[in-house]
Design a protein around this ligand. Structure first.
Ligand code: AMP
Length: 285
């Protein structure tokens, strides 16, 4: 596996791959790799000639300095892990490479979706994501790029980015990988203590209860009642502070208060567990 830190070197390798008309599969990450990331790398390796993974903690997508400072970092372990997989190249740029002083940061706002839920709670977050993803797409020139459903809103926005700007890249979505308790794997889980980890399971449990109720033939109330129950439940739990729980139509990302047959929906949740903010989602329908 090639370890590349420098843009020129990356561009030269990408140029050679493209010259051979080989396909490139690309997985952008912020490191502290876990089985969720690895599933994306495996998916990329299975359908491309050359797999590139990037590890870069992008400062412009953090609206909270403390979150950026405490974001887990484990570059050496990550590289060892990647070596054991079918990853051909890891790109590990520094801030100077990604944001040279003469580069301007673009304020993206091409879909309403960038301003709701995560976009509302974390102002500027999605614009920061698109800035870095766009740069990384330009450098790696992938045929396919891989993103996790774990960050469902991000995935939706990236799909709309590619469509809007007519980029010749196929976006592949990969299912959320969970631990044995149902907790969605996340690099931020490393910041949870033992008790917080136990509490964090309530995010997935709440989503599951919601789904079971809505998909059952005799639901105990509608979406509004279910939301109220969840809010009540979290209000009583001093270790978790609910940010939101919402149901959206997967097609257009609109909020819904009633579900219909043959339409795909997602329930999305975000909560602070202690000092750590976690997000999760599951499909319905
Ligand atoms: P991150 O390093 O958190 O920026 O994530 C890099 C990519 O991995 C994103 O596309 C995430 O959606 C994806 N990802 C993170 N956690 C998981 C998970 N538990 N299952 C599947 N994909 C994930």
């Amino acid at each position: 596996m090639k370890i590349v830190k420098n843009i020129k070197c990356l561009q030269e390798i990408v140029f050679q791959i493209k010259k051979k008309k080989q396909s490139i599969g690309f997985i952008p990450t912020m490191g502290s790799l876990h089985a969720g990331h690895l599933s994306l790398i495996e998916a990329a390796a299975s359908e491309n000639d050359f797999t590139i993974c990037s590890i870069y903690i992008n400062p412009t997508q953090f609206n909270d300095k403390n979150d950026f400072n405490t974001y887990p970092r484990s570059y050496e372990t990550d590289i060892e892990l990647l070596k054991s997989l079918d990853c051909d190249l890891v790109f590990l740029p520094n801030d100077k490479e990604m944001y040279p002083s003469n580069k301007s940061i673009v304020n993206y706002n091409f879909t309403f979706c960038m301003n709701i839920l995560e976009g509302e709670k974390r102002p500027g977050h999605f614009s920061g994501v698109i800035n870095i993803v766009n740069t990384l797409f330009n450098l790696t020139r992938p045929s396919r790029a891989y993103f996790g459903e774990k960050d469902y809103q991000q995935l939706w926005i990236i799909k709309s980015f590619v469509k809007n700007f007519q980029l010749p890249i196929k976006i592949r979505s990969c299912p959320t990988i969970r631990d044995s308790t149902g907790l969605a794997l996340s690099s931020r889980n490393d910041n949870l203590n033992k008790e917080e980890k136990v509490q964090a399971i309530h995010l997935f449990k709440t989503l599951q209860n919601f789904k079971l109720n809505l998909e059952s033939k005799s639901p105990k109330g509608g979406i509004i009642d279910l939301k109220k129950n969840s809010i009540d439940f979290f209000t009583k739990n001093s270790l978790i502070k609910l940010d939101y729980i919402e149901i959206i139509d997967e097609e257009n990302f609109s909020f819904v208060t009633r579900i219909k047959k043959n339409i795909k929906y997602r329930i999305l949740i975000a909560a602070h567990v202690g000092r750590t903010r976690l997000i999760d989602n599951i499909p319905i329908g």
